[in-house]
Design a protein around this ligand. Structure first.
Ligand SMILES: C[S@@+](CC[C@H](N)C(=O)[O-])C[C@H]1O[C@@H](n2cnc3c(N)ncnc32)[C@H](O)[C@@H]1O
Length: 401
């Protein structure tokens, strides 16, 4: 049997799995089509069930493993697997292989969508780094939005609006679920967040647990007070790690002006100011995050806050700063903002991305405008899931590619 000839037995189609692709799937080729297979690991021979077919592509889930990878491991969660909770997709994979897969996906995006050469990427992409503060990839999640069901909480099935009830969530800090079960009535949607004081604040749509007080998170010497629903990094150890990574990539910022675009409550603004930047300009469109930033930075003359849309704010800027940090939502900066940064041009850009595909699309534009990617750091901020945070340093070198 050659790898591209699937066999169909009573248990489903048999496939040999190739490399990781984005979304936690492995690629396979059969019937003249490309298959994206979830719950497998590269190198395995597996039996699968088709979940969807679309224009030459087949989506499938593993139903049984014929030859397992040495990286296969027992999931920590009973609700993990095909048709069950869609929150995690890599619980069957060793942490070491999960991290390898995330680097592979970042490199794949930057070559395919970013147009970068593999030999250059091999030199500038680090191994996926892990974050202090989780226990073997578990217990790291400090924020949750879900539905309280009768016996537990409702999570979405993968790629579905259907809700599946779970009674445990091993990737979540173990203080979160007991608070939700105590404070929220069945049928209510809720948001929960745990602060540095270890107290879980829960806000429920139906009003059974309406919390007005903020969640206070301490990072380094700075303390942030945010409403439960405002953006904050989900992994308990990530805020500090991200700040250290950004400052490390920025190099010496002493006496420089930096912009922190898509700044949230100003986490990275604080790191840049504390690292010695003489002026940090923070731009954010969410009013609650801006109010939190005003509370944090009220006595910092080196920090300037703007409550604004990034593109509109950039349109009024004529003088480039020494460097810019961008940390946009999943969709990335997009062509408009990317071109605005290029036209100034900003000498150094540190790009924080939660979707490597969006990063790669923006990188393609920046490279065409004379930027070079100098360092890429994939960070395992979401263990047990395919999600990866990537921080990239780009410098304006005038070289067009
Ligand atoms: C991924 S978060 C980054 C927050 C911050 N860097 C942190 O680590 O806490 C993205 C932020 O961008 C903000 N945002 C989204 N679109 C925006 C826009 N067009 N202009 C300004 N801010 C925007 C969101 O409100 C959110 O706070």
């Amino acid at each position: 049997m050659t790898p591209d000839q699937p066999t169909v037995s009573d248990g489903g189609t048999e496939l040999d799995l190739g490399r990781w692709v984005s979304g936690g799937a492995c690629i396979a080729h059969a019937e003249g089509k490309t298959w994206f297979v979830r719950f497998g690991i590269p190198g395995e021979r597996v039996r699968v069930v088709v979940t969807r077919r679309a224009r030459g592509v087949v989506y499938a889930d593993v139903t049984s493993v014929i030859s397992p990878s040495p990286a296969r491991t027992d999931p920590a969660c009973r609700s993990f697997g095909p048709g069950l909770c869609g929150g995690c997709d890599l619980q069957h994979v060793s942490l070491e292989e999960q991290r390898r897969s995330k680097r592979d996906v970042v490199v794949d995006c930057l070559t395919r969508l970013g147009g970068m050469r593999l030999d250059h990427l091999k030199k500038c992409v680090t191994e996926t780094t892990s974050i202090p503060g989780d226990a073997g990839g578990l217990g790291w999640r400090t924020r949750m939005t879900a539905l309280r069901t009768v016996g537990g909480i409702g999570m979405h099935r993968a790629r579905s609006h259907e809700v599946v009830e779970v009674t445990e969530c091993p990737i979540t800090d173990n203080r979160v679920l007991p608070s939700v079960m105590r404070d929220v009535r069945p049928g209510e949607e809720f948001r929960a967040a745990i602060g540095s004081d270890g107290i879980v604040r829960v806000e429920a749509q139906g009003g059974s647990a309406r919390v007005r007080e903020a969640v206070t998170t301490l990072v380094g010497t700075e303390s942030w007070s945010l409403p439960v629903g405002a953006f904050w990094q989900v992994h308990g150890g990530f805020a500090q790690y991200l700040g250290d990574t950004v400052v490390g990539l920025a190099g010496s910022v002493t006496g420089e002006t930096w912009w922190d675009l898509y700044a949230g409550a100003g986490l990275l603004t604080a790191f840049l100011a504390d690292a010695g930047a003489s002026r940090v300009v923070s731009v954010e469109s969410d009013g609650r995050a801006c109010s939190a930033a005003r509370r944090t930075f009220h006595n910092r003359p080196d920090v300037v806050l703007h409550h604004a849309e990034v593109a509109a704010w950039l349109a009024d800027q004529a003088q480039p700063p020494h460097g810019v940090v961008v940390d946009p939502p999943r969709s990335g900066c997009g062509p408009e903002v990317t071109r605005q940064l290029m036209s100034l041009p900003v000498p150094r850009i540190i790009y924080v991305a939660c979707d490597p595909a969006a990063l790669a699309r923006d990188v393609r534009i920046l490279r065409s405008g004379g930027y070079e990617v100098q360092r890429v750091v994939p960070i395992d901020a979401f263990p047990m899931t395919h999600h990866v945070e990537t921080v990239a340093l780009l410098a304006f070198t005038h070289r067009l590619s």
